[in-house]
Design a protein around this ligand. Structure first.
Ligand SMILES: Cc1cc2nc3c(=O)[nH]c(=O)nc-3n(C[C@H](O)[C@H](O)[C@H](O)COP(=O)(O)OP(=O)(O)OC[C@H]3O[C@@H](n4cnc5c(N)ncnc54)[C@H](O)[C@@H]3O)c2cc1C
Length: 405
């Protein structure tokens, strides 16, 4: 179906089936799931995915059209990781059995997935993961801990990276598992954020969690490649391209350039030259980012650009969001940082407190710069001293004298 016909269909369906979001609160997790089921019933979930796994077999362009038209409507806001990162990664790496079991439930909002990658001692250096999976007959037994897991308390499954072989080099002894978060032996603790939110970040502890053999996603000891696919799709999600097109822009709230203009205009006094400069900077950063996003998106579609370009896009998001939050605070002054519920500048202060999110989540700006330098500019690789030694040996070398074994 061509995009114009599709747009007309989408418009009709949206006006008959979804509420306009203006004035309504952000949906809860339970409401997200109901909304997503409605979208799936209408035939608008999993648009670019194969029909045999619950998708529609259309293109990312159809998904873009759907979310463009759906922007004024109340949509799920907490399913981006499942829909935009986990679903395409499963499609790339999982067996047909895993795809048939999980993808249709993800598209209907029946299964919410999160990422279980970072650990207290392994963030940028993800290959240093210590969470372990040991084979016991026809089960895997998981022990360890993950941290900074967004939405763990309301999720069904985690995409869990664990070490399956300590005698291989660190990148080659990892595997990925579908971890049910309600399984016996999983305990989840909340981490409070600086903006007062205590329903977003969690740390999980796994104590002899038993998983069936078919919980393995991808090949045994090939978890590094599987995790790389997830990070690739996460960068695309941040940049709103590929399978994520439309998802992030419409589900993540941040302070827009229009919000900034509204905030200074509300004051009712003329803009100073400095304020005009700041608004122009925020505006031009947004335009440059949008153009970059379009370029990377079309490069992916035509095959002229490869995966590492997502790092440039992710870096651009991190820099742009941080700068925009700084600009917002400078423009709004004390009104941006002191607010009561209902005050018009509340989101600006909150956005400043969250300004580092895009510079850290899914790989820090520095890590994206490393990728851009090495993979796009052809600069020499960062030296790695333990790439070819067994992980057991690299742990021994890291341990303080007398503790290695
Ligand atoms: C909002 C948010 C949501 C998140 N959600 C999840 C989630 O759902 N699941 C999950 O698993 N994780 C999640 N994370 C964790 C995130 O992936 C990690 O915070 C990130 O990978 C950085 O790891 P770290 O915090 O351990 O920092 P570290 O790796 O300890 O890095 C500390 C500093 O050192 C720098 N650095 C490290 N290594 C290098 C290097 N080689 N070259 C140059 N600089 C370097 C980093 O850039 C950083 O500035 C989330 C984080 C945030 C902020």
């Amino acid at each position: 179906m061509n995009l114009d016909q599709f747009r007309r269909q989408v418009r009709e369906w949206l006006s008959a089936n979804l509420e306009l979001k203006a004035g309504l609160p952000k949906p809860t997790d339970a409401e997200d799931r109901v909304l997503q089921a409605k979208i799936a019933d209408g035939g608008y979930a999993g648009l670019p995915y194969p029909v045999e796994y619950g998708g529609r077999g259309l293109t990312p362009g159809h998904q873009e059209v759907f979310y463009e038209e759906a922007a004024p409507y109340r949509l799920p806001t907490g399913l981006g990781v499942s829909l935009g990162m986990i679903a395409p990664t499963l499609l790339d790496c999982a067996s047909p059995g895993v795809l048939a079991e999980h993808l249709p439930k993800i598209f209907r909002g029946e299964e919410k997935w999160i990422q279980l990658l970072s650990e207290p001692g392994a963030g940028s250096d993800l290959a240093g993961s210590l969470t372990r999976a040991d084979r016991d007959g026809d089960r895997w037994i998981i022990n360890g801990s993950k941290v900074w897991s967004t939405d763990a308390a309301v999720a069904d499954y985690g995409f869990c990276l664990a070490r399956t072989d300590f005698d291989r080099p660190k990148h080659r002894g990892l595997s990925v598992f579908a971890m049910p978060l309600q399984a016996p032996g999983v305990s989840i603790q909340v981490i409070a954020k600086s903006d007062g939110c205590d329903t977003e970040f969690y740390q999980e502890y796994f104590s002899d969690v038993a998983l069936p053999a078919d919980a393995l996603i991808g090949a045994l000891n090939d978890g590094w490649s599987v995790a790389q696919r997830l990070l690739f799709h996460e960068r695309n999600f941040s940049g709103g391209v590929g399978y994520s097109v439309g998802l992030r822009a419409k589900t993540k709230e941040s302070v827009s350039v229009d919000d900034l203009i509204a905030a200074v205009c509300l004051r009712g006094t003329p803009l100073t030259e400095r304020e005009e400069d700041l608004l122009a900077q925020a505006y031009s950063n947004a335009v440059v980012h949008n153009q970059l996003s379009k370029r990377v998106s079309s490069g992916y579609t035509t095959g002229t650009l490869s995966g590492p370009w997502g790092s440039l896009l992710k870096l651009s998001s991190g820099l742009k969001e941080h700068r925009r939050a700084e600009i917002a605070v400078e423009l709004c002054g004390s009104a941006a940082i002191t607010w009561d519920d209902g005050s018009e500048n509340g989101p600006i202060g909150s956005s400043w407190l969250n300004a580092m999110v895009m510079s850290v989540a899914g790989g820090s700006n520095e890590m994206q710069r490393n990728t851009v330098g090495e993979k796009l500019l052809g600069l020499p690789r960062e030296p790695v001293v333990d790439r070819d030694v067994s992980f057991r040996e690299s742990l021994r070398r890291r341990a303080p004298a007398g503790e290695g074994s």
